[in-house]
Design a protein around this ligand. Structure first.
Ligand SMILES: Nc1ncnc2c1ncn2[C@@H]1O[C@H](COP(=O)(O)OP(=O)(O)OP(=O)(O)O)[C@@H](O)[C@H]1O
Ligand SMILES: [Mg+2]
Length: 256
């Protein structure tokens, strides 16, 4: 459903530092998220991607600095990494939906469930008997029921098969709000993101382009690092050679 338009600033991370014990996740990180941004956060397991989303959503409080949503009309919907586990297992699929939108008609609910790949029979299944992917689809459908102008999605494609993933890609492309997405699925990222943010050494490194642009820049960066390493190696070799020559000369002089 359409949501009211938000202010320009959707979310902001300012001088953010956050650690767990000895483990420093963020150290003076900054990021401004604006209307129209479709950001994919990338980084290895344990980099702090889920933590960052929780900080932005205000579920967790930062040690230092700040993280949070913009002040003007930002309405966020948050899909946690294990959102599907929070469903009530004893209800049926259709009752779960009706609980969220009691004034919808049977046709409306079934048509939405249909677009999330639930067949006519499947809508009467108990949630506890659904597969992992079916539960994930139901959790996504539920999230998309309420109007929002920011979607915060933590690994939404986990457990999804290819048609369900394509459905989600399509839904995100039609969606007009901003999106913050964490995913390890490169193909999915390449379809939905217009900016890539890498969590690196406690900072947020922004690549202002899609995934192809990010890969290109990363290749350039690693080529530059490689070239710098090689240059340093060459210089070290030259210096060693010069030092050897100097030593030889010194030995010759002292012999003479
Ligand atoms: N409440 C907590 N207490 C202690 N450590 C935590 C807590 N929450 C997260 N961590 C640690 O912080 C690190 C980052 O966790 P986080 O879940 O943000 O990683 P992630 O980038 O989302 O990883 P993944 O790709 O595996 O989902 C992990 O090493 C995790 O163990
Ligand atoms: Mg995570």
């Amino acid at each position: 459903p359409p949501a009211p338009r938000s202010g320009r600033l959707i979310a902001e991370i300012k001088d953010l530092s956050h650690s767990y014990g000895e483990q420093i996740l963020f150290l003076g990180a900054n990021l401004e998220i604006e209307r129209g941004d479709r950001i994919a956060f990338v980084g290895p397991n344990g980099a702090g991607k889920s933590t960052l989303l929780r900080l932005v959503m205000g579920i967790e409080t930062p040690d230092e600095g700040s993280a949070g949503l913009g002040e003007h009309n930002v309405i966020a919907s948050y899909f946690e990494q294990n959102q599907a586990e929070a469903l009530d297992l004893s209800k049926t699929v259709i009752d779960t939906m009706f609980e969220a939108v009691p004034d919808w008609t049977q046709t409306q609910v079934r048509s939405l469930l249909g677009s999330f790949c639930f067949s006519n029979d499947a809508v009467f299944k108990e949630v506890g008997k659904l597969s992992g992917g079916e539960k994930a689809r139901l959790a996504l459908a539920l999230m998309l029921l309420s109007p929002c102008n920011l979607l915060v999605l933590d690994e939404p494609t986990n457990h999804l098969d290819i048609p369900a993933k394509e459905m989600l890609e399509g839904a995100l492309r039609d969606y007009e709000g901003a999106a913050l997405v964490v995913s390890h699925d490169r193909y999915f990222i390449s379809r939905v993101a217009n900016k890539i943010v890498e969590i690196r050494d406690g900072e947020l490194v922004v690549y202002r382009g899609d995934y192809a642009y990010y890969r290109e820049k990363k290749a350039e960066e690693s080529a530059a690092t490689q070239a710098a390493l090689e240059a340093a190696e060459q210089e070290a070799k030259r210096k060693a050679k010069r030092d050897k020559q100097k030593a030889k000369e010194a030995a010759r002089k002292s012999a003479a």
